[in-house]
Unconditional design. Sequence first.
Length: 316
Amino acid sequence: MKGTVICMKLLSVVVPCYNEEENIRDFYDELFRNAPFFKEKEIEVELLYIDDGSKDRTVEEVKKLCREDSRVHLRSLSRNFGKEAAIYAGLQKAKGDYVVLMDVDLQDPPSLLPEMYGYIEQGYDSVATRRVTRKGEPPVRSFFARMFYRIMNKISRTEIVDGARDYRLMSRQVVDAILAMTEYNRFTKGIFGWVGYETKWMEYENIERRKGETKWSFWKLFAYSLEGITAFSTVPLTIAALIGALFCLLAFVMIIIIIVKTLIFGDPTSGWPSLVCIIMMVSGVQLFCLGIVGQYLSKTYMEVKKRPIYLVREDI
C-alpha cells in the first residue's frame, strides 16, 4: 500500500528592516502564533529579514534567530538603499509559492494572515490591506496623505487605493510580474497597481508600532510622493507646457494693451514696479516648470546608468 504524498506549500514572509533591533524578536513571536493555522493548511514558512543597512543591532538579533530556527533567513544590504530596494531584494530572495510583504514594527498584524490566505484559496491572485483610519498620525500628515492619493488617482491611470499598506499576500505569478519590472526608481504601491491581477482588499483600523520610532519623516514622505507622481504620471509635464502656453498668450495680450495705452495716453514709462513684479512672477513660473522637467530628466538619468537596485553584504 502506497503512502499518501503531502504536497506542502511554501509561504515566504518578506520583512524589510532598518534600525529595528527592538522589533525583530517580537515580530517572530507574533508571526508564529499562527503555527496551528500553518500546520492545518500544510504550509511551510520561510521568514526573510531584509536588513537595509541598519546601524544598530538589527543584524545581530536576526542572526540569533537564524541559529535558533532554520526557517529564519537574513539578507543584509551593503548600505541603506531605501525600503523600495529592500522590498525588491526580499522578493528576489523569496522562493515561496506565496509571498507576503510585511513591516517589522507590527503595524501589519500577522493575525490577518489566515483570513488573507482564505481569499487566496478562493481564487484571488493577491490580497492587499488598507487602513480605514489614521489614528495616531499627526493631522497635517494625514491631510497631505489623503491629498496625495486624490491627486495620484486623478493624474495617473494606475489606481492607488487611499490608505493602502505594503502588507500584501501574493501568488507566485504576481511576484514574478513585479520582479520583471527592474526599474531603478521604484514606487511599490504604484507597481502593485500597474501589474494588475485580481486583488481582494481587506480593511483594518490603524495600529501603532509596537516599539521604536518611525523612520518616515514628513519630508521623506513628501519626497516619496514625488517619486510616485513622476514614476506613474506624465501629467506634470503637460501642466508645465500649458502654463508656458498660457503665459505666452498673456504676454501677447499685454503687449497689445501697452501699445494701445502708449498711443492713447503717451505715457510708456509708468508702471515699472508692476512690471518688475510680473517679471519676477514669470521667472518663478519658468523655474518651477524647469524643475518639473528636471525631475523627469533626473529619473531618466538614473535609469540609463543601469546601476543595480541594491548590493548584498551578507546572505544567510
